[in-house]
Ligand binder design. Sequence first.
Ligand code: KIV
Length: 296
Amino acid sequence: MPDSLSPPRVTASSLCAKKAHGQKIAALTAYDCPTARLLDRAGIDIALVGDSVGTNVLGYRSEQQVTVADILHHSAAVRRGVERAFVLADMPFLSYHSTEAALTNAGRLIQEGGADGVKLEGGTPVLPQTEAMARAGIPVMGHLGFTPQSHGRDLYAFSEKRGTVARVQGRSAAEARWLLEEARRLQEAGVFALVLEMVAEEAAQVVSQALEIPTIGIGSGRHCDGQVLIAHDLLGFSGVTLRLAKAYAHLGEQAAQALGAYRHDVEQGAFPTDENVFHMEPGELAQLRQHLGPKS
Ligand code: KIV
């Protein structure tokens, strides 16, 4: 429950105000309560409960396997860890195929999952759903460029490893113009912000300058109004190096070393030590021994 000492909560309008004041927005994925707490402590504006939870945490092959129940579960955990950041829940594949489905599922993500807003992928095909949700008072973020629900994120990891960036959007003038038109349509339909994923930097700059709402880039260069990363990439958990990301830590390697050291210590009898154990009262032990008899 926020009190007078709690930091002011990030809202859709405070995010838009950041753009108006030329301040950048920092967003990061979070799928659990401890990560959400860390993210909030770091002053990150948006905790995105992305459908990337499927491939990063749940062991799914693609984003298409993620369900509303998955996002609800993880969104509620993130909500419990956050006081300030805006909790943004991804609408998973097939949860917004119709306006009715979009309203029902977005409503659940807000009311049961504790999300402050929702994000959905696509342009023209999702305009009716976007309009309906915005009209119902649900803060909606758009997502253009590379859209993993239709492309499959594993494809671009695959091509990136081989040095090509086959999934970058907006490299030609025609594609950049189309992206700009789609972005304008989404703004008109009521989105309060827009993710641009894997868009050529120049095209992302044009879109960002043309829109009143903020753009949040991932692999879309330096001129977006904010950036978003997948926490597992930032923390070096995923073991995959993507050009669009930066590993600020290498926790995966550290974790692997820690697990190996633990196994070694257990096998060698070096863990637990006296520091890790709990003893009986000496008098109680003497009583027990007496009860058990001379062979104990
Ligand atoms: O699911 C996700 O993590 C996302 C981000 C990459 C923007 O949609």
